[in-house]
Design a binder for this molecule. Structure first.
Ligand SMILES: [Zn+2]
Length: 257
């Protein structure tokens, strides 16, 4: 049950575990993924302090998790089009700059690849738990403690894999991105420890339960590779995501051949 003015269903923040009795407030709408991406999908039980944390840049050169997420997925959307020099000039981005003289796009110097990578990975886990809570109401479950530690407190490491295809099968509603969370996906997550995060035509795989993933995760990914990869070149594959260039946010696979 959702109370108007307080975005609460269990009453306990899925990130920090606090309630109103503990001093938390729940006045700001939590979006499943950053509002600036066009998503209207909202959830509950994210306290204002945690909500603020994901959207705030505190350290120079370390952009907020939400900004990183928005920038990367916006870049995917932008560079998916058939681009020419004029469309490149329309690019508005905090991270990327287009250099007309050399016809190249670069990550701005004040950002490091490994930093952007970690922030994006944490953002994927942030969206995952918020969507999971919206769908199941079970986001407070202790089984997600490693997700909380990583996404909210920047502690530890959870792996993310990316399926690299030369062809992107994009969703129809590009301006209203949707994150799927079907029973099939959730059953697979419980069994193999991995959640298939599919957004704007890009497939990421999240190691939600490390113990199950260590036993069965690779078998799951090998099976996925048979279904999801279109063998058009030797770049195609599912690989662990450790550097922002690996996931090709600028879609050079389309536009720089
Ligand atoms: Zn909180």
């Amino acid at each position: 049950m959702v109370t108007i003015g307080n975005y609460i269903s269990t009453g306990k923040c899925i990130w920090c575990g606090r309630t109103i009795a503990d001093g938390a407030s729940f006045h700001n709408i939590p979006h499943v993924f950053p509002h600036a991406l066009g998503g209207e999908d909202t959830c509950t039980d994210v306290c204002d302090e945690c909500n603020h944390y994901f959207g705030t840049t505190k350290v120079h050169g370390v952009p907020s998790i939400d900004l990183t997420f928005k920038e990367i997925f916006n870049a995917y959307r932008f560079f998916c089009q058939n681009l020419n020099e004029n469309s490149y000039k329309k690019l508005r981005s905090t991270f990327f700059s287009y250099h007309h003289s050399t016809h190249s796009i670069k990550i701005r110097q004040n950002f490091r690849n490994d930093v952007l990578c970690r922030q994006l990975k944490r953002g994927l886990y942030e969206c995952f738990l918020q969507k999971y809570h919206q769908v199941t109401g079970d986001g407070n479950n202790l089984i997600f403690d490693s997700v909380r530690q990583y996404a909210r407190y920047n502690y530890g490491e959870l792996r993310v894999y990316y399926a690299f295809n030369d062809i992107i099968l994009a969703e129809k509603e590009q301006d209203r991105p949707h994150l799927g969370m079907s029973d099939i996906l959730l059953d697979a997550m419980r069994e193999y420890g991995v959640y298939h995060f599919w957004l704007l035509g890009h497939s990421f795989y999240l190691e939600v339960f490390p113990i199950a993933f260590n036993v069965k995760g690779m078998a799951y990914l090998q099976n996925e590779a048979k279904h999801i990869l279109l063998p058009t070149s030797d770049r195609v594959g599912i690989f662990e995501f450790n550097d922002i260039r690996q996931i090709d946010p600028l879609m050079f696979r389309f536009n720089n051949r």
